[in-house]
Design a protein around this ligand. Structure first.
Ligand code: ZN
Length: 199
């Protein structure tokens, strides 16, 4: 991966959640990965919608953290249903191998502010953006995708296939839970007055 030629040792060797700090405290998944959404022709949701338990716009302006060490590949304001977007590429060690890695991309969307520049190295837990509402398109929330293919087209946040995408929470829980037990149920839909819909 070309972007890593300058920083070959900048490896994603540990992870945190993109909102709520180390343990995702106070946040829940308003819309899970892979859910068929009738508002989008029953296409699958390609990311997760992270919401603060306070509901509504209670997370507006709250920090978005890089889930691991990585390099910012794109910052952009696409307007419409996407708003401001940050994309970060991670170099992840293949388990039980030496010096084998794969690359994947994290995409953070609907942001209020962006605090990083393209080509910048970001560390795990670094404040890279703040949660927004895509210019008023939704109640504020973080739309967060993990992609197996870095640099793929932006897409529409929904598709009839989830190929090229994987479940952020499943992946992150597997990485983080060595330190503290976190269960996927913790991120189940909570009682909020105004659940966010996507992308
Ligand atoms: Zn979404």
């Amino acid at each position: 991966m070309q972007i890593f030629q300058r920083y070959p040792d900048f490896i994603a060797d540990s992870y945190e959640f993109p909102a709520g700090g180390k343990y995702g405290e106070g946040y829940y998944i308003a819309q899970k990965f892979g859910v068929e959404n009738p508002k989008f022709g029953y296409r699958f949701h390609l990311g997760e919608d992270w919401n603060y338990v306070g509901g509504g716009d209670s997370d507006y302006g709250a920090p978005v953290y890089s889930i691991s060490n990585g390099i910012v590949s794109v910052i952009a304001d696409y307007g419409g249903g996407w708003g401001k977007v940050v994309r970060v590429i991670h170099k992840h060690p293949v388990p039980e191998t030496k010096n084998q890695f794969y690359y994947f991309e994290a995409l953070y969307a609907h942001l209020y502010t962006i605090e990083v520049e393209p080509g910048q190295m970001v560390k795990k837990g670094e404040w890279i953006a703040s949660i927004g509402d895509a210019g008023g398109a939704y109640p504020s929330h973080l739309h967060f995708e993990l992609r197996t293919v870095s640099g793929a087209p932006l897409g529409g946040g929904y598709s009839f296939s989830t190929d090229g995408f994987f479940s952020p929470t499943k992946f992150l829980i597997a990485q983080v839970s060595k330190e503290k037990a976190i269960h996927e149920d913790q991120f189940g839909p909570a009682a909020v007055e105004k659940p966010a819909t996507a992308p």
